[in-house]
Design a protein around this ligand. Structure first.
Ligand code: CA
Length: 409
C-alpha cells in the first residue's frame, strides 16, 4: 500500500477514547466529533485550493462528512508489526494464493510480457504484488477514501501526511480518472488492484491500455503496469533475484546485520554461507561483488536470507520487511519453487486461509457465535479461540494456529 503503513509507535488511541465516550454518553460524543471534523475541514479548504482542489470539488465531496473512528484506531494496529512472521506469511503465501497467481499469469500473459518489456520487471514479481495487495483484485478495502482521509487529516498522528493524500484524492476525482463511488480502499487510503496511495497514483500510475485514463480500479493492465513502473522507479534490476534463502554456519554473528548492511557476496561466501540448495552464493549470473544484506526475521533458528537490491524495491512498496518477504516468497512460489527449507522456530505454525476457515467452521460447530466463515480471525473468532484454548488447557492467547486447529478436529 505504499508508504502509508510506515511504522508509527503506540500512543493514546484517539478512536478508543472516542469509543469509550460513545458508550457512556451515546450520540452526543459522535455529534461532537462530526462538528469538530466540519470545523477542521473548513479550516483546511484554503490549503486544498492552493493544492489544486477547486472550491466546488471540495464542497461537493466534503460537505456533511462524518468522522470514521475505525480508521484512527487502525493507525495504531498494523498487522505486519503485530503478528508473528509465520502467521503473516502463512496467510499471504498460501496454496490458494499460489494457485490463483498461476492462473493470473496465464490469463494476462500478453499484458505481463508487454509490461516486462517496457519496465523490466518480470511477470511473477508483478503478479505477486497484485496477489498480496488485493488478492488479485478481490479485496480493494471497504473504506470510502474521502471520508477516511478527511478523518485522518483531522485526528490522530500524521495529519499532515494524510492531508496531502486527501488533496490528491480530490484531484484524482476532479480529473475524472476514477469514478468517486469506486474510490474505496484500505483504512489509510490505498486503493485499487495494487493499493496505491493517492499521491503514489499521481506520481506513478500508468495508462497502459491507452484509453486516456489511468485507472487502477477497473483496468487490470493499468494496474499491472503501474506496479512495474513503481518497482522500476524504486531501482529494480532486471533479471536479478530479490535474494535467496541461505544456510548460516554456527559462529556467524547476526549483530549489526540487516537489509541495509550490504556486503559483497564474496564476503558472505568467506564467512561460510551457502544457498540452501548447496549452490555458491555468486551463481545464476550474480557477480561475487553483488551487495547483499542478511535478513533473519525470526533469528538464527528460523529461515535466513541474503537480500539484494530488488528486495529493497519490494520493501519500498510498503516499508515492512515482512511484507517484502511475502511478495518475494510468493514470486518464487509462482516460479515453481517450494516453501522455505528451514522451518520457522515455533511448535505452533500459522494457518492458511483454508485452515482458518476450517477453524471457524469447527468453532461454530462447538456453538460459538463468530459470524460468517470468512477466513479472518477477528474479535469474535479470537474470543471463541480463547474459550476453546482455556477449555483444552492451552494458554488462552486467542491466536489461531495449528495446535488449536488440530485439537478441535
Ligand atoms: Ca487506461
Amino acid at each position: 500500500m505504499t508508504n502509508a503503513r510506515r511504522s508509527i509507535g503506540g500512543r493514546l488511541r484517539a478512536a478508543a477514547l472516542l469509543g469509550a465516550l460513545g458508550s457512556t454518553v451515546g450520540g452526543a460524543a459522535w455529534a461532537q466529533a462530526d462538528a469538530d471534523l466540519g470545523r477542521c475541514l473548513a479550516a483546511l479548504q484554503p490549503a486544498a485550493q492552493a493544492a489544486g482542489v477547486s472550491a466546488a470539488t471540495w464542497r461537493e465531496h466534503t460537505a456533511g462528512l462524518q468522522a470514521d473512528p475505525v480508521v484512527v484506531a487502525r493507525l495504531d494496529d498494523q498487522p505486519e508489526f503485530r503478528l508473528p512472521i509465520w502467521d503473516y506469511l502463512a496467510v499471504l503465501v498460501d496454496d490458494e494464493r499460489v494457485d490463483d497467481g498461476r492462473a493470473r499469469l496465464g490469463e494476462h500473459r500478453e499484458t505481463l510480457a508487454a509490461v516486462a518489456r517496457r519496465f523490466g520487471v518480470d511477470a511473477e514479481t508483478v503478479v505477486a504484488v497484485w496477489g498480496v495487495e488485493s488478492d488479485y483484485g478481490r479485496e480493494f478495502g471497504r473504506f470510502p477514501l474521502v471520508r477516511s482521509l478527511a478523518t485522518l487529516s483531522c485526528q490522530g498522528r500524521r495529519q499532515a501526511f494524510f492531508r496531502g493524500e486527501l488533496f490528491a484524492t480530490l484531484r484524482i476525482v476532479q480529473g475524472g480518472h476514477v469514478e468517486p463511488d469506486l474510490l474505496v480502499g484500505s483504512w489509510a487510503g490505498a486503493f485499487g488492484h495494487t493499493q496505491f496511495m493517492p499521491t503514489t497514483y499521481e506520481r506513478l500510475a500508468v495508462d497502459f491500455d491507452g484509453d486516456g485514463r489511468r485507472d487502477l480500479v477497473t483496468t487490470v493492465p493499468d494496474a499491472l503496469a503501474s506496479t512495474a513502473n513503481f518497482l522500476q522507479k524504486a531501482g529494480w534490476r532486471t533479471g536479478e533475484p530479490w535474494g535467496f534463502e541461505v544456510r548460516l554456519p554456527a559462529g556467524v554473528d547476526l549483530r549489526g546485520e540487516g537489509r541495509r548492511t550490504k556486503r559483497p557476496l564474496s564476503e558472505w561466501t568467506a564467512r561460510g554461507l551457502r544457498r540452501v540448495d548447496g549452490a555458491p552464493l555468486a551463481s545464476g549470473g550474480l557477480a561475487p561483488t553483488t551487495p547483499a544484506g542478511l535478513l533473519a526475521p525470526a533469528g538464527r533458528d528460523g529461515p535466513v536470507f541474503l537480500v539484494l537490491r530488488n528486495f529493497d524495491a519490494l520493501y519500498s512498496y510498503n516499508a515492512a520487511e515482512s511484507y517484502g518477504l511475502a511478495i518475494a516468497h510468493l514470486s518464487d512460489r509462482l516460479r515453481g519453487r517450494g516453501p522455505f527449507s528451514t522451518p520457522w522456530p515455533t511448535d505452533d505454525p500459522g494457518l492458511s486461509r483454508a485452515q482458518r476457515r476450517e477453524l471457524q467452521t469447527l468453532l461454530i460447530a462447538r456453538g460459538h457465535d463468530i459470524g460468517e466463515v470468512d477466513g479472518r480471525l477477528g474479535e469474535r473468532s479470537r474470543a471463541a479461540i480463547r474459550a476453546e484454548q482455556a477449555r483444552l488447557g492451552q494458554e488462552p492467547t486467542g491466536r489461531g494456529g495449528q495446535k488449536i486447529l488440530q485439537a478441535l478436529r
